[in-house]
Design a protein around this ligand. Structure first.
Ligand code: FE
Length: 338
């Protein structure tokens, strides 16, 4: 049986599908198949539009799109981090989409200023700490992690990772560059070890006592708690989340999102797909299954996200993260953050 919301979508889309006879859409996705395929199947069921999915690593997909140019079969790029979507836009790969549905349901700060890309889920990048060794009262802001009291107590992944680049870009957007530069110089001195591995590895390092705090994306901790790897479950059980910068600009958030490829031959179908991904049904799926935060208001969180409480998010327009990326990378490099 079709769910009522699926039925509404089927009705909404059936008329316009006849007019445009849009019947397929080609996606390049940096999201793993299992993180997106169930939603795409629902879309096909609701609209009769066939979805062809190519998955790959985010940066490799961008390179492939650049290489293929106008000849690319892709209609939609699905990827993570506003910094990457900004790169795709700057390279002229994307086109503007004028959809009142998307404008209504996706907050402006989570969309490109020219509507060339749209956030479809958000993830926060808070401080995660050892519940045993750290008192939450000793934590406050990202900036405070550069204080001498955290010497040798911080684990964090490499500066080549775009999540950290975007975090530093958000600091540059909030403060003078000189202040961010000084923060980085001091922050690097507090590292317990040279950066290695991904966010999950940093969380494990905190659990194993190599360091006391890290900065990591929320869905990684969720994945460790909900996954079936026993070591990761045990590590995650020793970790708590602290929402930094609540007295100021808020905790850094980023997105997974999508844009329509400039040369798309299935534009109408591609717009429908984006609108479907912003629907209440799809947003609920992001929250319940992926443990990401919905971009849409009024969609329930999973019990796990619920248990982490609410927080103030930094609502800087995410386009700024892309604009400030190069400067962020330069400063991280200068500070010796490898
Ligand atoms: Fe990730």
């Amino acid at each position: 049986m079709l769910k009522p919301t699926t039925l509404i979508f089927a009705l909404m889309f059936s008329l316009s599908s006849v007019i445009t006879s849009a019947s397929e859409v080609n996606i390049y996705s940096a999201r793993k198949e299992m993180l997106i395929k169930p939603l795409l199947d629902q879309f096909t069921q609701a609209t009769d539009i066939k979805v062809n999915l190519v998955t790959g690593k985010a940066d490799a997909l961008l390179a492939r799109l650049l290489n293929e140019g106008k000849l690319t079969p892709a209609d939609v790029l699905l990827t993570t981090d506003a910094g990457r979507l900004y790169r795709a836009k700057q390279a002229g790969m994307l086109q503007s989409v004028d959809s009142s549905y998307l404008n209504q349901h996706i907050p402006a700060y989570l969309r490109d200023i020219d509507n060339q890309w749209f956030g479809l889920s958000t993830r926060a990048r808070p401080i995660m700490y050892s519940t045993d060794r750290v008192k939450p009262e000793s934590l406050s802001t990202y900036e405070a992690l550069a204080q001498p009291e955290f010497k040798g107590k911080v684990c964090i992944r490499s500066s080549s990772n775009i999540y950290n680049q975007s975090l530093v870009a958000s600091m540059l957007a909030a403060d003078e560059a000189a202040k961010t530069g000084q923060f980085l110089q001091d922050f690097v001195k507090n590292f317990a070890q040279p950066p290695k591995g991904g966010d999950r590895d940093q969380i494990k390092a905190v659990a194993n006592g190599i360091c006391d705090v890290t900065i990591a994306n929320t869905y990684y901790l969720a994945g460790m708690i909900n996954g079936n790897n026993k070591d990761q479950q045990e590590a995650a059980a020793k970790i708590s989340i602290f929402w930094p910068n609540q007295g100021g600009r808020g905790t850094h958030v980023n997105i997974s999102g999508a844009g329509i490829i400039k040369s798309s031959k299935n534009r109408a179908a591609a717009v429908k797909l984006l609108e479907f991904l912003a629907s209440e049904e799809a947003q609920a799926w992001y929250a319940q299954t992926n443990n990401e935060y919905p971009v849409r208001q009024g969609v329930a969180y999973s019990p796990l996200l619920e248990s982490w409480g609410t927080f103030k998010a930094d609502q800087i327009n995410l386009s700024r993260l892309g604009e400030l990326n190069a400067q962020a990378v330069k400063l991280m490099d200068k500070a010796g953050w490898r």
